[in-house]
Design a protein. Structure first.
Length: 293
């Protein structure tokens, strides 16, 4: 199986359009997964033929619809968790960060100083632009130091997504500049560009605690999952799962900082700032990546 990538053979604007069909399919399965619906029913709900749905899923994530749906159901999530008592412990022991994050997006990061964060990023210039992605429209935001934000929006919700991101850093200067943000968006979703010798540069803008949580998220290997309580045990106290959950929810870089790999204590797919349907879609897409490497 080939790992999916979105190069010239599969342009991102087509991948983004395909995601609309995928979204409808995943939403249908989310409502009916206990019945294990056949491909014909899923395709009908998505508004395409079974052949088109199968071809789309193979192109989009390298899996058949059935394989994909298995990867994103709650039972699949529980199986991922059960593979290790504590995925983060294993990741730390193996040094899975930076270039060691095999099968994952290679990044190097830094943070704004606490003083810069307290001023609401006053004086910081943030350039933004909307771009197609495998998971719908992506809003990329970059500072002079690197990528500082990545959000998703369904059709017609772009303004709300931008407003949501802007309120995180209310005193920054925002400039619409898709030419500046385009190269970041393109390489994030093209697995052929994930190289340790040319890492994606990102910058965290948050409290010290939030940054520690986001750094911990980056240690969760692709194809694995962990819980809020496990993260809490690494950054502070196992009893601080609620505070960790709040920090995870404020993660400003969807997908790049993989908050979608955090599950509830029993393996349930809990809340996701950009929607549970998209969370399931990203987990399934990653299953295709890992299975193809």
């Amino acid at each position: 199986m080939l790992a999916p990538n979105f190069d010239q053979a599969y342009p991102l604007h087509i991948a983004s359009a395909d995601y609309e069909v995928v979204r409808r399919a995943v939403e249908f399965v989310n409502r009916n997964f206990r019945d294990q619906p056949e491909v014909e029913l899923i395709a009908r709900a998505a508004g395409v033929t079974p052949r088109t749905l199968t071809d789309l899923f193979r192109r989009w994530c390298g899996l058949t619809p059935k394989d994909f749906l298995q990867a994103v159901t709650l039972d699949a999530a529980r199986r991922v968790l059960s593979e290790s008592d504590n995925v983060l412990d294993a990741a730390y022991e193996l040094g899975l960060s930076g270039p060691g994050r095999l099968h994952d997006l290679f990044v190097v990061h830094e943070s704004l100083s606490p003083g810069e964060w307290k001023t609401g990023a006053a004086g910081l210039v943030i350039r933004w632009g909307f771009h197609p992605s495998p998971f719908g429209t992506a809003l990329a935001m970059v500072s002079p130091r690197g990528l500082c934000g990545l959000a998703f929006a369904d059709e017609g919700e772009e303004d709300a997504a931008l407003a949501d991101m802007r309120k995180r850093w209310p005193n920054a200067l925002y400039v619409e500049d898709p030419i500046a943000t385009g190269p970041y968006a393109a390489r994030i979703f093209d697995t052929t560009t994930w190289r340790p010798d040319d890492p994606l540069r990102i910058v965290f803008i948050g409290t010290d605690f939030e940054v520690r949580v986001w750094e911990t998220l980056m240690r969760i290997p692709m194809g694995k999952a962990t819980t809020y309580s496990d993260i809490a045990g690494h950054v502070c106290s196992p009893k601080a799962a609620r505070a960790v959950g709040a920090a995870v929810g404020k993660n400003p870089m969807s997908f790049v900082v993989p908050c979608h790999r955090v599950l509830g204590k029993n393996g349930d797919l809990t809340g996701y700032h950009w929607g549970l349907t998209r969370k399931r879609a990203i987990l399934g897409w990653e299953a295709g990546c890992v299975g193809g490497i």
